[in-house]
Structure formats: structure tokens, C-alpha cells
Design a protein around this ligand. Structure first.
Ligand SMILES: [Zn+2]
Length: 450
């Protein structure tokens, strides 16, 4: 039987995924963190809507608290309406890029030398393109997944989701009704470790936890006065001392459940010992390659001073001085962290959170993890999936707050020698074409089995 002339031609995800990712990159969706200069999300969202409606989806376009902050939602009905829905989410914004630093234009989406190049290639228009390709294939082939799928394309992730996921979770929880589990960034990518027998093993890092993300403002108050006088209550001095104490503080090494499980697997695979209660763990991790940088920061809390401001004239002692500290706290450590900071800032400095996003942690088990495992191993037999904690934050923080169980699973099979984590927000960000094709096949099988 031939299809009626007006029915859309079925699309095949692997045939169009590279083109979709390349086109997504050509939308300059730079998020500067400032509403006045952030751009491109609405146009990109509109293009996503067209690609979805073209194959028959009904879509919902939602602006998250400010004009142009565009989000797109679409649902695909599954076989069992009594089961909770699975959400696949990705953000459309990217961090800015300085074109003169790059080998190719960062918004060219060039497909060269086996890679798709450009800002967002790994963070995260790769996953957005794979998701879109599969959503289109499923709809145009009348595929019935086991349960409802919710596809979410989001704004403002690179600014902590203030005008994106955080706003949506607070003001439009109805968009996530019935969603019990979700996948998004940052996980599912492979890294290769040396094995005890002199060989190597490819592992896939599944994100099951995230440190909290907090930006803390410090304000020191003193007595204003003339710069020529003797002065023992100087706000700048108080602030500088507090900032120096915080910056120099070494937070204790703490092994969370996720990190304990990961280190045990890494020991088993590599034959190396990782005693996470000693500094040597970080040195030992360095022996397993570029991934160590991402893992080292999940062994303890961090508090890095990032901004300072005070004063308006060289001979005037100001009454106040301010600083901002970037804080990343392990799950379960918040109270202890707050106590430590209060001791470090001393009596003349007060603090407030200007951004305060919770940590996330879920267990590495259950049917969804088994489905990830089966889908990865089908396409990369001999590999192994492992849990890990992200030291940064994603939209998962907002969704976990709604009770949704979140994982980072954007599968990519990467060359052994590619320093993948360095590409995030990096110069010459790019994703291998083969990795996109692999990821699309894995995601398709995963969604059909989850
Ligand atoms: Zn991202």
C-alpha cells in the first residue's frame, strides 16, 4: 500500500541528525547572562517548532518570564498511559564565543574532518539535534514508545535556568505533569581508561548526581572616612581578609554514594587504588586521563571568590565593599559548609545567596539504568556504564525539585584520545559525526525500551 500523497515522508533519525545539529549551531543563541544582550533563543525555538509540526506534533511555545526566552514542549503518546512519562530535555542557549579565537566560525556549524564544529556542538545542540531527529522519526513512522515521552527544548540553562527551567518549574509545573523520570545533559559520553593488564576499557559516564550551585555575595561594612587618617574599621580590609581566608580554605575530602561507587569501578578496571579520604586520590585519578579534572572536583566542596568591588575614589575609605564567591557543595554537606563559611568571613562581613540551586543525587539502579546499559552495550559491546557526579549544574536541578528522577544521558562514543570535557565552553568546540550517529542509535533503542 502506498502512503497518501499528503502524508509526510517518514524521516530517519540517523539520516538527518548531522544536518539538524549543524543547523541548530547556526542559530547564535548566546546567553550573556543579561536579558538585554541574550539573543536567538526565540528564533531557534521557532525553527524547532517547525521541525516538530512538520511531522505532525502539536507543540506548545512558552516564554519563561521574559520576552524571547523561548521554550518548546511536545508530547508523544506511549503504549501504557498508566506509567509515568519520561522527559528528554535539552537547552537551546549556548555560552558566548569569541570568533577570532576559533579555527572555524563558532556559529558556522561546519561539517569538516569528521566533526560538526561550533558553539554548542557538545553543550548541548548535539543532544538537542539527536532528540529532535528521534522525535521526528517516531512521529513520522507512527512509533508507539512504551510510555509517554515529553520533549522539552529550553531557554537560559547557561544562566542557571533563571529565565528557563527554574521559572518553568515554579510557574508552569503543569508542563511536567505525569513526568517521573528525565534524561538530559551532562552524561552518557565515553572515556577510556588504561586497564591493569595493559589494555584499555571504554566507560560511559552516566550522570546521577550534581553538586549544588551557589553564588554568594559578601558585604563588608566599616566606617567611611578620609584616606589619610589612621583607620581601624576599613570595609575593604575586612572584605579582602574574608575573601583571602575563603580562597585559601581547603574543604575536607568527602566520599558521597555516587563517588564511592564510581571509584570502586575505576579501581576494579584499572587496578589503581583510589582512597578518596586522602589527597593522593586526586593524584591517582590523574593517571586515568582528562576525565580526572571532572572527577577531582566531586571529592570536596569548593568556594572560589570570583568578583570584587569597592570604592569610588583613591582617598575615600568606602563604607562597604562587596565580593561574590562561586560555591559548589556536595549532596548532604550544606549545613557544614554554611558553618565553615560563617567562621571564615568573620564579624564584619555578612553574606547572602544571590543564586542557590540545590544538589541532586539519585541511585544508579532500576529499569531506566538497565535500559541505558542495554542500549549502550548493544552498540558498544565490551563497554561499561558507570555513575558519576557533575561538579557543575544543569536544568536537572529544577526538575529534581518537582520530584522527577534525573539522569545525564546524552550518549556519545568518543575517540580514546579526545579531551572531551575540555570542549565544554571551550575554543573549537566540536562533536564527532560518528558519535552523533552512535548516540542517535543508542537513544532510539533506549527510548523504545524504557
Ligand atoms: Zn549545557
Amino acid at each position: 500500500m502506498t502512503a497518501p500523497a499528503d502524508s509526510p515522508r517518514p524521516t530517519t533519525a540517523t539520516d538527518e541528525v548531522v544536518d539538524l545539529v549543524s543547523t541548530l549551531i547556526r542559530f547564535d543563541t548566546s546567553n550573556t547572562g543579561d536579558l538585554r544582550t541574550t539573543k536567538g533563543e526565540a528564533e531557534c525555538a521557532q525553527w524547532v517548532i517547525e521541525r516538530l509540526e512538520e511531522v505532525g506534533y502539536e507543540t506548545e511555545y512558552v516564554e519563561s518570564g521574559a520576552p524571547g526566552r523561548g521554550n518548546v514542549f511536545a508530547r508523544l503518546k506511549g503504549a501504557d498511559p498508566t506509567r509515568g512519562a519520561l522527559m528528554i530535555h535539552g537547552h537551546l542557549d549556548v555560552v558566548p564565543a569569541e570568533a577570532s579565537d576559533w579555527s572555524v566560525h563558532p556559529f558556522s556549524g561546519a561539517v569538516e574532518d569528521g566533526y560538526v564544529w561550533g558553539r554548542g556542538a557538545v553543550d548541548m545542540k548535539d543532544m538537542v539535534g539527536m532528540t529532535l531527529a528521534i522525535a521526528r522519526q517516531f512521529k513520522s513512522t507512527n512509533t508507539l514508545p512504551p510510555r509517554d515521552l515529553v520533549f522539552a527544548f529550553l531557554a537560559d540553562e547557561e544562566n542557571g535556568g533563571k529565565w528557563g527551567s527554574q521559572w518553568l518549574a515554579k510557574h508552569r509545573p503543569d508542563l511536567f505533569a505525569g513526568v517521573t523520570e528525565a534524561i538530559g545533559e551532562v552524561g552518557g559520553y565515553s572515556f577510556t581508561v588504561p586497564t591493569a593488564d595493559g589494555g584499555s576499557r571504554r566507560l560511559y559516564a552516566i550522570e546521577t548526581a550534581e553538586k549544588s550551585l551557589g553564588w554568594m555575595k559578601l558585604t563588608a561594612t566599616g566606617r567611611a572616612g578620609h584616606g589619610s587618617f589612621i583607620h581601624d574599621d576599613n570595609a575593604v580590609t575586612h572584605l579582602a581578609a574574608a575573601v583571602a581566608r575563603i580562597g585559601a580554605h581547603k574543604f575536607p575530602l568527602v566520599q558521597t554514594d555516587t563517588v564511592t561507587e564510581l571509584l570502586a569501578i575505576l579501581s576494579e578496571e584499572t587496578g589503581l587504588e583510589f582512597d578518596a579520604t586522602s589527597d593522593e586520590a586526586i593524584e591517582a585519578l590523574a593517571k586515568i586521563g582528562g576525565i580526572a579534572r571532572a572527577l577531582g572536583a566531586t571529592l570536596h566542596d569548593t568556594a572560589n571568590p570570583t568578583m570584587l568591588s569597592a570604592g569610588y575614589k583613591a582617598n575615600v575609605i568606602p563604607q562597604t565593599a562587596e565580593a561574590v564567591v562561586d560555591c559548589r557543595i556536595l549532596p548532604g554537606r550544606r549545613e557544614e559548609f554554611d558553618r565553615t563559611i560563617d567562621e571564615l568571613i568573620g564579624p564584619h562581613v555578612t553574606r547572602e545567596w544571590i543564586t542557590d540551586l540545590r544538589s541532586v543525587e539519585t541511585s544508579f539502579d532500576g529499569p531506566l539504568v538497565e535500559a541505558m546499559n542495554a542500549a549502550v552495550l548493544k552498540h558498544d559491546p565490551g563497554a561499561r556504564i558507570v555513575p558519576y557526579m557533575l561538579s557543575a549544574g544543569t536544568d536537572a536541578k529544577a526538575f529534581a525539585g518537582l520530584g522527577i528522577r534525573c539522569f545525564g544521558f546524552a550518549p556519545l562514543k568518543l575517540p580514546d584520545d579526545l579531551d572531551f570535557t575540555a570542549l565544554f565552553h571551550g575554543i573549537d568546540e566540536r562533536v564527532p559525526v560518528d558519535a552523533l550517529l552512535f548516540g542517535t542509535r543508542v537513544l532510539e533503542d533506549f527510548l523504545l525500551a524504557s
